[in-house]
Every structure is written in C-alpha cells, then in structure tokens.
Ligand binder design. Structure first.
Ligand code: 13P
Ligand code: SF4
Length: 336
C-alpha cells in the first residue's frame, strides 16, 4: 500500500510566520484569485473567523464533506485539517484539492495509525470475533480504507443503527465519542484509546465555577469531551448541532461552550441574542488554565496561506491508490 505520509504534528515543527499583511487587502486578493483560478473555499467552524467570513461554504465535518460534492469549480481550497482535505479529494477525484498548510494534522487521526488498526483487526478476526469497524471521520484516508462505516458527530447515531445487530462494533479512534455513542445507542463497542488534544483538556473546575457565576446559563459540549464534562452539560452535540440549538432558542441565554474556542464565531454570528463563553482548557502538568482550547492544527490556516496556495497551486492533496476503497466507505456512509 502506497501511503501518503502526513508530516509531523504541528506542535513539533518550528514555525516562522511571514510578516503580517492587511487582512482586507488579503481578502480582496483572495477574491480575485478565486475567480482567476476557478476555485471554491470551504472552511470548518474551527478556523479563524476572517477565513469563515470569506469562505463559500462553512460547516461541520459532515456538511463540508457533502458540500465538497456540490462544488462546480475545478479547484477546492479546504481550510481545515489534512483529513478533511483528503475526504474532499476522495469525493472529487477530478478536482484539484488544495490545503493552505500541509502540517495541519489532527491528534485524533494521528492516534490511529493504519498499520496498528490493521493488526488489531487481524487479531480480533483470529479470535473469532464477528465485527464491523466504525471510524470517526477524524481519521486518515488509509484508515478509512480499512473500515466498514464512517461517522461524523452529526450522523453517528444514524449510521450505528445501520450496523447489523449480530455484529460487534470496533469504534476508532475517539474513546470519548465512542463511550458517548454506546450510551445513546445502547450498542456495546470495542473502543480504540484515542482522544482529541483540545477536547480532552477542558477544566471541569473552571466550568463548574463559571456555571456558578452565571445563573441560568446552559453548558454545551462536543461529544469528543470526556464523560465528566458531558455529565454536567445541557446540550451535547457536534458543531452544527450547537449552531442549530442556539438559533432555535429565542430567549437570550449565556452558553458555556466546551469545544474549540473559534466555534464562538459562527455561534455569535448565527444567534447574536446570546452570550457565549468559551470553557478554558487546563495544562495537566501544572494545573494552569491555558489557550489549549484552540486547535493548533486548525490555527495553521491563515488568510496569507490561503492566498499563497491559490497563487502557487499547492500544497495539493494527491490521489493515492487506497483512496478508491475509502471512497466506497465514505459514499455509503455520508451520501446514501
Ligand atoms: P464537527 O464534525 O462537529 O465539526 O467536529 C470536527 C472536529 O474536528 C471536532 O474536533
Ligand atoms: Fe483534531 Fe481535535 Fe483539532 Fe478537531 S479539534 S481537528 S479532533 S485535534
């Protein structure tokens, strides 16, 4: 198998940012380049607000994967992380798919290397276990090519209901999402021990303190958070579910948001009647609160890099042989 190797995690690579340029100039330049290069920009809710504001499509992982199939231009620029760009390419083999920074990875995707998954599946088979593998979309394309189903936070329940009742479920890579799905679907699962570096470090003490300081507030949490956070949350859901919830609630409310901090941007834009407070992260080593509620991978996307990738035509996600198998699984899981 010829694997496309993802470069080392963002935190391990020294960065040297180019001098800042005026965001308005960059936006104008991007707009002109989009027309010149026949390109469409897709942006996840976790990238900077400025990027979301100039994107043609914004959304959660599920919506963006579907939007990618509706793009009519010859080029897609995916402002998100590497596995999202890969999924866009898999769904659009004929299109040029660019990502602004090739080092924008994902700690969850990294926690499940394809060779380790294949070895574990083989071990289960040898032990006579009859199972389907269900993967969260936050996985590499090589992993997607080894599984039966792909879920996102937006469709997980529905897909798990499609797994035949006589099959066991091996769920990869997010143990917290898997545990939550066991609870809501009633299905027992074998859980891969992966976790997201952002959602795993919310401070339960700070959350309880801020909740006490804001009587009447509601706590919203992404299902990638550990059980102790979900237990005290009023709303548990992926990013699009959060957005829909705040839009539907007319009564001005204070929401404490336990997900990547940039999510406040689309929430505030969609429902300005509310107040949104990001839940702080905490450093396990020192117990101090930190800015670790920002995903360092998503933060690698900048207006400058979007302009540059449009200008130079790279970095590009290139088609790999295992994308065909991943495409069958993505198609069955997200489009049918
Ligand atoms: P959503 O699919 O809910 O947008 O989540 C994506 C993600 O990376 C969460 O960390
Ligand atoms: Fe991956 Fe977590 Fe970043 Fe989402 S927030 S892209 S799961 S590292």
């Amino acid at each position: 198998m010829n694997l496309q190797i993802l470069p080392p995690a963002a935190s391990q690579i020294p960065t040297q940012d180019p001098p800042a340029e005026d965001p308005l100039d960059l936006m104008e330049e991007i707009d002109a380049l989009k027309k010149e290069k026949d390109a469409t920009i897709l942006a996840h809710f976790y990238v900077d607000g400025d990027i979301q504001d100039i994107a043609d499509f914004t959304g959660d992982s599920l919506k963006l994967a579907r939007d990618a199939t509706r793009v009519s231009t010859s080029t897609i620029v995916f402002a998100g992380v590497h596995f999202m760009g890969e999924s866009a390419k898999i769904m659009n083999p004929q299109k040029k798919v660019l990502i602004p920074d090739l080092h924008a990875g994902c700690s969850l995707a990294d926690s499940c290397p394809p060779d380790q998954l294949a070895a574990f599946q083989q071990q289960l088979r040898e032990n006579g276990r009859n199972f389907h593998t269900v993967a969260y979309i936050n996985t590499s394309a090589a992993v997607k090519s080894l599984v039966d189903w792909i879920v996102t936070s937006g469709n997980a329940r529905e897909i798990i209901d499609r797994v035949p009742a006589d099959k066991e479920i091996l769920f990869v890579p997010d143990q917290h999402l898997g545990r939550y799905l066991m609870e809501v679907t009633g299905r027992r699962m074998i859980l891969w021990p992966g976790a997201c570096m952002v959602h795993e470090v919310f401070s339960i003490q700070d959350l309880i303190r801020i909740r006490r300081q804001n009587p009447g507030c509601l706590v919203m949490a992404h299902p990638e958070c550990p059980q102790n956070i979900l237990e005290i949350s009023d709303v548990v859901g992926g990013t699009e579910k959060m957005r829909q919830f705040v839009i539907q609630r007319q009564q001005p409310t204070t929401f404490l948001v336990a997900t990547e901090a940039t999510m406040i941007h689309p929430l505030q834009k969609a429902a300005p009647q509310h107040t949104f407070i990001p839940v702080p992260g905490i450093l396990a080593s020192s117990g101090e609160t930190c800015a670790c509620n920002r995903c360092p991978h998503m933060a690698r996307n900048t207006l400058q890099k979007i302009r540059d990738c449009l200008k130079t035509g790279g970095p590009e996600i290139l088609w790999q042989d295992y994308f065909s198998k991943a495409r069958e699984v993505l198609d069955r899981s997200l489009l049918q």
